[in-house]
Write a protein that binds this ligand. Structure first.
Ligand code: ZN
Ligand code: ZN
Length: 369
């Protein structure tokens, strides 16, 4: 490429002017689809170089190879500029298309703002800068605060938001193209009413017992691992739909420690009365006064693993006991398996390891999953 063009050059690119007499450098603007881009062209030893504004560079990024090829192969600067304009127009059209797909319509914003106003801005706990994620608050009858998280589609309100909340079950709601956030909040409020008594029962447990798991129970959590006594706990699994009925109970600890509780549970089941709260029933059926946070320290009941000396490991608590009644030491299953495998006298039959307790040397078994 040597010559900058032909007689048409000035007509096609009137905003580009030569900056030197040799006509090897040009500076100015090139327009595409009504938008103008600053460019500088430099012809040196037959090689054409292009420099442009930041916007131009961003636009041409996806088609950089085509630009380089055109710079090399164009027979004149005019030909190159025509090709460059084609590329720019193509990129501009694609960007516009992408923006139309990604950005919501003005109707989206006007509907959303009026819907938020209808709920009350004081109900908005969080909103992201795009106005596409929204957290709304709701109080239940007992004054507990709940948060409803909404992800709004760009064709809202024609399409419903995706909702999530800290509830024991998925929050389902009815939605029509004429619905608004207020309708969702009302349905959410009804859902909260449904779980009132369930949360009252769980709160009573959380306030009166040492809860080992979960560490910080949420409103969705229907399981609790409660301290019965040192080295002994019970995991209850409550059905939130009919929470006053007998929960599933799993006793954790050495047989000597938890055996009596399990026996009580099995003998006293007919005493379970759905008019009582879960805690009252548990006390009655297990015949136990749960150690209370008011009168004891959690440390007294948190028993560390006899191998790694920690309480929690990978979310697991030490709940594999030695069943020698004089020992009753607790281990993490993972720790015990690792220990038993490291000892040469350990044998394995199917998926069970047979070895000796690292504390009392009495036989101990452990299932390998
Ligand atoms: Zn351990
Ligand atoms: Zn032992």
């Amino acid at each position: 490429m040597s010559f900058y063009g032909n007689i048409w050059f000035e007509r096609i690119f009137p905003q580009l002017v030569p900056v030197n007499e040799k006509l090897t450098q040009f500076r100015g603007f090139i327009s595409a689809l009504g938008e103008e881009f600053e460019v500088m062209l430099h012809l040196e030893n037959g090689n054409l170089q292009l420099q442009g504004s930041w916007r131009l560079q961003q636009l041409l990024k996806p088609c950089q190879e085509a630009v380089v090829q055109s710079l090399k192969q164009s027979s004149s600067i005019s030909v190159f500029l025509l090709e460059l304009r084609d590329l720019l127009e193509k990129q501009l059209k694609q960007t516009k298309l992408r923006r139309e797909i990604l950005l919501p319509t003005p109707q989206y914003y006007s509907a959303l703002l009026s819907h938020i106003a209808q709920c009350g801005w004081d109900r908005v706990e969080y909103v992201d800068p795009d106005l596409s994620t929204l957290h709304l608050t709701a109080k239940d009858e007992d004054g507990r605060l709940h948060i409803l998280q909404l992800q709004l589609p760009r064709d809202y309100p024609e399409k419903p938001p995706v909702c999530s909340a800290d509830l024991p079950e998925e929050f389902m709601f009815k939605w029509f193209p004429t619905s608004s956030l207020h309708d969702i909040l009302e349905q959410f409020q009804t859902k909260l009413c449904f779980f009132q008594d369930f949360w009252m029962c769980m709160d009573e447990i959380d306030n009166s017992c040492w809860v080992l798991e979960p560490e910080k129970p949420g409103r969705k959590d229907y399981k609790r691992r409660l301290v019965l006594t040192t080295n002994g706990s019970v995991q209850i699994s409550v059905n939130p739909q009919c929470h006053r009925s007998i929960p599933e109970c799993q006793f954790l600890g050495a047989e000597k420690v938890i055996g009596p509780f399990r026996d009580n549970f099995n003998c006293n089941l007919e005493k379970w009365d759905v008019n009582n709260t879960i805690l009252t029933n548990l006390k009655l059926v297990l015949d136990v006064e749960f150690p209370s946070p008011c009168s004891s320290s959690k440390k007294d009941y948190i028993v560390e693993c006899g191998i790694c000396y920690s309480f929690q490991m990978n979310d697991a608590l030490p709940d594999k006991p030695c069943n020698n009644s004089h020992c009753s030491q607790l281990f993490h299953v993972e720790c015990l398996i690792a220990w038993l495998r490291s000892v040469s006298t350990t044998t394995q039959s199917f998926s069970t390891l047979f070895g000796e307790c690292p504390y009392c040397d009495m036989p101990i078994t452990c299932k390998v999953s």
